[in-house]
Structures are given as structure tokens and as C-alpha cells.
Write a protein of this length. Sequence first.
Length: 316
Amino acid sequence: MKKAMLFILMTLSMHAREFIGLVPLVQEDSGVDKGGNLLISPELIHNILHYQAWGELFVYLQVHWFRLLFAVIVVGVILVFAIHYLIIGAKVFNENRPHVLVYPLFQRVIHWIAALSFVLIIPTGLIMEFGKYLGGGEFVRVSRYIHAVGTVIFIIVFIPLFYIWVREMLLSLRDDAKWMYMLGGYLNKKHIKVPAGKFNFGQKMWFWMAILGGFVMIITGGAMYFQNFDIALLNKLNLDQVDLLRISAIVHNFMGMAVLALFITHLYMSLFAIKGSLQSMITGSKSIHEIKYLHHSYYKKLLTKGFISEYHDEDE
């Protein structure tokens, strides 16, 4: 596994500059004269006269920054975790010890449906962002449809996802502050007791980003997808549909960057940082050994309620 991670690190290092270099800092002039007559409408004229309101900012970000920032996030986050894996490595816990059911079947089903939606949404979002470098055409068009399907799946699972975990995802000032200070113990090769409940602060960040960020992206994505609609509130805010589309695109892109960074982080933690972590979301159970160190507050709660007995191991 470390050899594979080293290969990924070397490959990204060699090609990161070239990859990011694909993103132009200045949009080339296509020089294509489309010809024909333009449909002149009051809204079109308004947006020409008021281009500086949102049009100038949108074009500047779209031309100079969006693709570059997405590329930096993908390459940068993967590089950071590749280095972490090579230096620190995965945390290994004794899976032969007793296990505790942490995730009931219904929670696991909801989790995997939500996971499916993100697996469809995030790669296709990147494909649309970098479509001109991937040949465009039918491939990008199909990705747009898949992106929409993934969004519908997420909308379906949104309420049950929020309902089953919102209480356990509420922030705990004492535990979460200590978790941040220790960075969850992930910079230490030894097993140390990390103050965390059933879900640690990192998991909580991902949950709230998925819920709040996901809600914002549903709204802004819907505005960009359906495009032609009329909302009375726009008139009160002195905005029109084109303004709303520009604002939606700006918000959608920046929120997408945050979701992307935490999604890659979640993947790394699930697949590499903790050996057997993925298995716990399949079977629903975690080793007491793992709970004692990575979720020590939850471990003490289970002890207090009599659900488990005191566990001793060679680390003590």
C-alpha cells in the first residue's frame, strides 16, 4: 500500500505543474463570428448596461480562478494525504477484540445512498468544470445528466440523513476543541486517547458541510439547471434572472471547492488512515480497541451505561 501511495505522490509531483498549467489565466479569443440576429429583450439590455454588477466578477472568476482553484484542491489535498500516509501510515487496531454495534442497518443504508450521490455528483462536477480539456461534447453532456441524477438521489436522502445523525453531530466545545488541538491523534504513530464522542470533529465537519453545503448547492444548482423562471423576490432585490444565474454559479463553485476538499479527506480517512474503517460501515460494528483510543468519550459513555466492560491492552 505504501508503494502505491509513493507512486501516486511521485506522479502528482511530476505532473501537478503541468496539470495546473492547463488552466489558462487569460481566456483565448475564439475568433468565431456566429453571425445572425440577436434576440434583443429588455432583460438583455439591462444586463449589458449593468454588467459591472455581477457579470464582471463572474467572468473574472470563471476565466482566472475557478479551474485553477479546483485543480489546486485536488492535487494539493491528495499530496498532503499521500505524504501523511508515507510518514505516519495507517492506524491499526486489534480487530480480534470484542466489537460494538455503532451503526444500525438503517443508518448504514442511508449512508451508502448518500455516498452514491456524492460519487456521482463530485466527479461529474469536475468533468463539467474541466470539460474543454476533456474533449467536451457528448462525454461532458452525459456527465451533466449524471450530475443531475446524483443530485436527485441526494435530495431524496437529505431529510433522513439529517434526522438520524443531527443530534450526535452537534458540536461539543470541550471534546471538539481538544480534538482540533490534537488533530485527532493522526499525527502520532502511537495510540493516544482522543476525546471524541461517537463522531469526532472531523466527521462532524463533513456532516455539516454535506448538509448545509449540500442544501446551498441544491438551490444554486437548480437555478443554473432550470434557468428560466421568475421569482418576485428578484425584483425587490433589483436582480433579474441573469444576475441570479451569475450569483448561483459563483456560490456553487466556491461551495463545491469546500465540499470537494472534505470529500477527499473523508475518502482518505475511510480507505487509508484507519485500517478496517470502511468495514465498520459495512458491518456496522467497531472494535473496542479502536473506540477506546479514537472515540474515548464515547468509550467512557458505553462503560458508564454498562454496555461494555473495561478493556486493557498492551498500549497501557
